[in-house]
Design a protein around this ligand. Structure first.
Ligand SMILES: Nc1ncnc2c1ncn2[C@@H]1O[C@H](COP(=O)(O)OP(=O)(O)OP(=O)(O)O)[C@@H](O)[C@H]1O
Ligand SMILES: [Mg+2]
Length: 390
């Protein structure tokens, strides 16, 4: 059918035509924003889940909800080289300027600029000469990140409250932050919560994030919920395929939908990819049949193999690949580190660095002590296709 009208959208953070199955998270977020806006306490959310389940899409959606309520939304994506103090200072500065667009005067506005300045000096962040104020002595200048960040965010919150606004930070790929950075972030938002200013953090990361944050600050559970973002239920998965087509006056055969839901396991990225290919191969004009999805499966798999899956192993070393293969050869995970070591004729201690490397680069995670699994759904099948027995 006409590829121009194809309504499916495989991609990183690409808003799906039909965002289904996330009603609970969206509602919980909307309630949390409204509570914070009237000075009531509220837990925020840190979304955890595998690759391609829709975490980034949800964060973006949170940003739109907050904007609808008159809040400022600033987004940040972490990576393993991030200069965290600098990134936070930039977010604070941008937010302060946006909150006060139209009225860049007043004591609070001057104060936040001074506080940002003192934070920048303390953390050796070049400000590009854009903030022409004296540093505010005594706030955000202790050299202890937890405290300096907390004070910075509280000042920002005071400005937001004065202007009847709020600020939402969305922080994606949070598993890349170090333990110290996560600890500082949690502590800072703990301070923000105590002062009840309208500044909110929601974030997302791989399943490891929950454990990382818990280890960084034990009271994180009191500040954040950790909803597990997972594959869609069969009903929601069917809707994710059906609704976009319906809006283009195209129908899916029930058998075609069933088959697509089965092969994708209800994973959002795969639903978009298989939906897209089924649409393109279907002669149409108004229906996608079981035959069409069967024809589309090899095309969609090839597409995933050369893109979504392939990029994950592009920068891996030989020993990492051997490790991945030893995992995948055991079928679906999770796997025990011991069984992988046995398969490779090594000890778990010898393989420790390889295992840690795979976790650090976000390809694997440890669901429990002594266990390991892929962070990418159905990755075991890909590894068996891409790296058959030597
Ligand atoms: N609820 C949903 N219903 C249908 N499609 C969805 C849904 N959520 C996300 N998608 C689609 O799934 C794909 C992946 O979404 P997204 O990039 O947000 O995932 P992610 O969890 O952030 O992945 P990663 O961990 O790789 O960053 C996108 O193509 C998006 O359009
Ligand atoms: Mg993402």
């Amino acid at each position: 059918m006409d590829p121009v009208r194809n309504p499916y959208s495989p991609g990183a953070g690409t808003r799906p035509h039909a965002l289904v199955g996330r009603e609970a998270e969206l509602e919980a977020f909307d309630i949390a924003v409204q509570r914070l806006a009237i000075g009531k306490s509220s837990k925020s959310m840190l979304l955890t889940g595998l690759r391609g389940v829709g975490k980034t899409v949800l964060l973006n959606e949170f940003g739109l909800i907050a904007a609808d309520r008159g809040w400022i939304h600033e987004a940040l994506e972490a990576n393993d080289e991030i200069n965290f103090p600098r990134a936070m200072a930039t977010l604070a500065r941008k937010s302060a300027l946006r909150i006060s667009a139209g009225k860049r005067t007043g004591a609070r506005f001057t104060k936040i600029l001074g506080v940002i300045k003192s934070f920048q000096i303390t953390w050796k962040i070049p400000d590009g000469g854009s903030i022409d104020v004296e540093p505010f002595a005594g706030i955000s200048d202790s050299g202890v990140l937890d405290a300096d960040l907390g004070e910075l965010l509280v000042e920002l919150g005071e400005l937001a409250r004065e202007r009847d606004r709020g600020v939402l930070f969305t922080l994606d790929e949070m598993q890349y932050l170090s333990k110290e950075q996560l600890a500082a972030l949690v502590q800072a938002f703990h301070t923000v919560a105590q002062r009840q200013v309208p500044v909110m953090l929601t974030g997302a990361g791989l399943p490891t994030l929950h454990g990382l944050i818990g280890a960084a600050r034990s009271y994180a559970e009191r500040l954040f919920d950790f909803p597990d973002i997972d594959s869609l239920s069969p009903q929601a998965a069917a809707a994710a395929l059906d609704q976009p087509a319906q809006d283009e006056d195209v129908k899916w055969d029930a058998a075609a939908i069933d088959r697509a839901v089965e092969v994708t396991g209800g994973y959002p990225y795969f639903l978009q990819e298989f939906g897209k290919q089924a649409w393109d191969v279907a002669p149409g004009p108004e229906i996608i049949t079981r035959q069409d999805i069967d024809d589309a499966i090899p095309i969609a798999v090839a597409e995933l193999d050369s893109g979504f899956f392939r990029v994950r192993i592009d920068r891996t070393s030989d020993s990492e690949r051997l490790y991945l293969r030893a995992m995948a050869q055991q079928g679906r995970g999770p796997y025990t580190s011991g069984s992988v070591a046995t398969a490779l004729d090594k000890t778990t201690r010898q393989l420790g660095p390889v295992r840690d490397g795979l976790i650090k680069r976000g390809l694997c995670y440890s669901p429990r002590w002594g266990e390991i699994d892929f962070t990418v759904p159905m990755f075991d099948e890909f590894v068996r296709r891409a790296m058959p027995e030597a």
